[in-house]
Design a binder for this molecule. Sequence first.
Ligand SMILES: [Zn+2]
Length: 200
Amino acid sequence: VEHEIDWRDEYIAARAAGVKPLPSKWRHTEIRKALETETAARCAYCDADITAVSFGDVEHFKPRNHFPELVVEWNNLTLACQTCNNEKSDKWDDALPYVNPYEDEISEHIVFVGGFIHAVSYRGVRTVTDIGLGSLEKTEARWNQVNAAMRLFNLWKMAPTSVRSLLEEQIQLFLADTPYIGAVEAALRGAGYPLTAAAA
Ligand SMILES: [Zn+2]
C-alpha cells in the first residue's frame, strides 16, 4: 500500500490522542478493490461470496485494537463477511492464531463433511468456535452448495458417454465460481469425482 506508513502513523497518533472515530484508511477504495481481486470477493473465514451475502468489510486478521501497528499492513488485511467480522470482533489468541487461508493448509485444521464443519487441530477449534463457522446459517449455506454440486455429480455419474465431457465442463464452471469450495471439493472427492489439480 502506497501510503502505508503515513496511514499507520496517523492511526497510532489518533489512537494515542483518544480521537474518535479513529481514521479508517483501510477502507480506502484502492485497498478494498485490491483485496476484492486478491480474495475473489470471498470471506477469508467462511468463504461466503461477500457481494452476495452482505456488504463485507475490510478485515484485520490481527485485530487493530491489539495490533495498531498493523492497521494498514497489507499482509494483515483481508475481506470478511459481516457475520464473521462481527463474530471475530477483537478476539485474538497469540497461542492459537486463526487459520489463514492464504498462509495455512486449511485441511490440517478444518475438515468438511457435507455442509458440516469439523475442527481437527487446536487452531481449528479456536477458529471455528470464535468465528461461529459451525452456525446453523453457515452450515445451511454450505449444504446448499454441496447439494448443487452433488446434483451435477449424479448427472455426471449416470451420463451416457456423449454428454459426459459436457457435465465435466459444468462441474469445472461450478467449481470456478462456487463459495464454500472446501466443503464442495470434499463432497465431490468423497463421492469419487476425479478432481483435477486445476480445480483443487
Ligand atoms: Zn464469513
